[in-house]
Ligand binder design. Structure first.
Ligand code: APR
Length: 186
């Protein structure tokens, strides 16, 4: 499924993030940038051990954090065909702090797109950040991710393709509905 925005296309596919031929691949990382399961594990396995070495070059704070929640760090992509991996730390969802989680999830998508432009990437693949181990409700996550990306491509030049790579058909359907329903706010 595809939707044309003023400055680029948003596409949804069912698949594996590591198989994408985009210039940039976004990782659903943690604050330590130390690898993990899910998308993070798949990306590190496919990219090879260099990726972790590159991640560990970012300075850590006293808690071992190399990237704060809601932020991104960019590295080369090791053995992946992409130019860069944009490590995006989405929020762990806690209902009591839902507003903050919504803001952080939106921000992480916007910052990933800005980072892609800074690294001269024209195409970007995103997983459904925070919807796995970080338990963000899928319908809300889809709406936020789609709105952040569509608004960006409606207003900003630089990225010609954003591809959301959904792992499960049920997630694809939720993202498809959000993309279908999306309307610009102006
Ligand atoms: N390609 C695309 N999507 C995938 C893949 C894959 N190879 N593997 C899993 N997914 C989907 C899951 O179905 C989920 O909907 O990605 C979504 C995000 O799930 P997670 O990878 O668990 O990411 P997140 O919820 O952001 O949690 C991040 O998990 O692995 C750790 O180190 C990571 O601590 C961090 C946390």
């Amino acid at each position: 499924m595809k939707r044309n925005l003023r400055h680029g296309v948003v596409e949804l596919v069912l698949g594996n993030i590591v198989d994408q031929d985009t210039d940039a691949i976004v990782n659903a990382a943690n604050t330590k940038l130390a690898g993990g399961g899910g998308v993070d594990g798949a990306i590190h396995r496919a990219a090879g051990p260099t990726l972790k070495e590159l991640c560990l070059q970012f300075p850590a704070d006293d808690h071992g954090r190399r990237c704060r929640t809601g932020n991104v760090k960019t590295t080369p992509a090791g053995n992946l065909s992409a130019k860069v991996v944009i490590h995006a730390v989405g929020p762990f969802y806690n209902e009591r702090y839902a507003d903050r989680a919504h803001t952080q999830l939106r921000q992480v998508h916007e910052l990933a797109l800005k980072a892609a432009i800074e690294h001269e990437c024209r195409s970007v693949a995103f997983p459904a950040i925070s919807t796995g181990a970080y338990r963000f409700p899928i319908a809300d996550a889809a709406q936020i991710a789609i709105d952040a990306v569509c608004t960006f491509l409606d207003k900003t030049k630089g990225i010609s393709l954003v591809r959301f790579v959904l792992y499960k058909p049920s997630q694809f359907d939720v993202f498809a509905k959000s993309l279908d329903d999306w309307k610009p706010k102006h």
